[in-house]
Design a protein around this ligand. Structure first.
Ligand SMILES: [Zn+2]
Length: 294
């Protein structure tokens, strides 16, 4: 039974808001679906956690949000997609990427991502989705998103993300994160309190390892401030792909490409990038698609 969930809370008369979550199960599921190396698991796990947090800021039922990181490092490109219902899915171009730990034994994912960009795309059901791209700061994802909110949305934000692996079993032990935002009318002394609390917070996976509840993160970040919990919701890894969707993807190919598929292959197989589910189409089905295109 998945037990990941997200808490939305606000402090000081709604001038400060926070989203915090535990995402251990959904990150674990991603590592299993995509057979991720630990470095790929940490990187995609952080991005999926961020997308779950940002998905909670969406309002419309069919709104969706895509985070894309493109880097020169071993992982190449990472994608995470979320909706307003707590569903997230994602993948990484090079799931088997390996990098050597630093001298202190720590693995820096910024190294595996390298120089590159972060693009946030919000599809709010309008004519065009809204996309904004920034250059990566450190490639550690949390820092990059903090910078994204300041640069692209002019909202002072602090993003903390963490994925911790169990060294012996090489599986995800705990994952989670928070997204903290200041509204324009926040009172200065509250900011000072928040900054102090954040400066002593330390590694969030260490906190969640002891007590895997997002409420604990909120308690520590809002220490000394008046706050209320507004919502608790489940979050999970979920891919809603189906045969029709895959057929539409095939239909979007040119007529020549489809004809080639029908002539050269007995069956055409498509694999969903997000859940690795396989869909096969026969020659006849492909021919039907070509007819439909006429
Ligand atoms: Zn799928």
């Amino acid at each position: 039974m998945p037990k990941d969930y997200l808490i939305r809370a606000s402090a000081c008369d709604h001038t400060i808001r926070i989203f915090a979550c535990v995402s251990t199960d959904l990150v674990k599921e991603a590592t299993e679906i995509h057979n991720l190396s630990p470095i790929a698991g940490i990187a995609l796990g952080r991005l999926l956690t961020a997308s779950a947090l940002m998905g909670a800021t969406l309002k419309g039922e069919t709104d969706s949000l895509t985070l894309q990181v493109r880097g020169e490092g071993a992982l190449k490109r990472l994608i995470a997609v979320s909706d307003s219902q707590g569903n997230v899915k994602g993948y990484v171009d090079n799931p088997m990427a390996l990098i050597a730990p630093d001298e202190d034994g720590r693995i820096k994912i910024g190294k595996a991502i390298g120089k590159g960009t972060l693009t946030v795309t919000r599809d709010l059901g309008l004519k065009e989705p809204y996309a904004s791209t920034i250059d990566l700061r450190t490639g550690e994802i949390g820092d990059d998103l903090t910078y994204y909110f300041a640069a692209s949305e002019q909202t002072p934000t602090s993003v903390g993300l963490g994925v911790l692996y169990d060294r012996e079993t090489v599986t995800v032990k705990v994952a989670g994160g928070f997204l903290l935002q200041l509204m324009p009318n926040v009172w200065e002394p509250y900011i000072i309190t928040l900054e102090e609390n954040l400066s002593v917070l330390g590694d969030i996976t260490a906190i969640l390892e002891k007590d895997p509840r997002p409420e604990v993160l909120i308690e520590k970040i809002f220490d000394g401030l008046d706050y209320e919990i507004l919502e608790k919701r489940e979050i999970q890894y979920h891919c809603p792909c189906d045969r029709e969707r895959m057929e539409r993807a095939l239909m979007s190919l040119g007529k020549d490409d489809l004809t080639k598929l029908a002539e050269e292959q007995e069956t055409t197989e498509i694999v969903c990038d997000f859940c690795q589910k396989k869909y096969t189409f026969s020659k006849d089905e492909i021919r039907e698609m070509i007819k439909k295109k006429d």
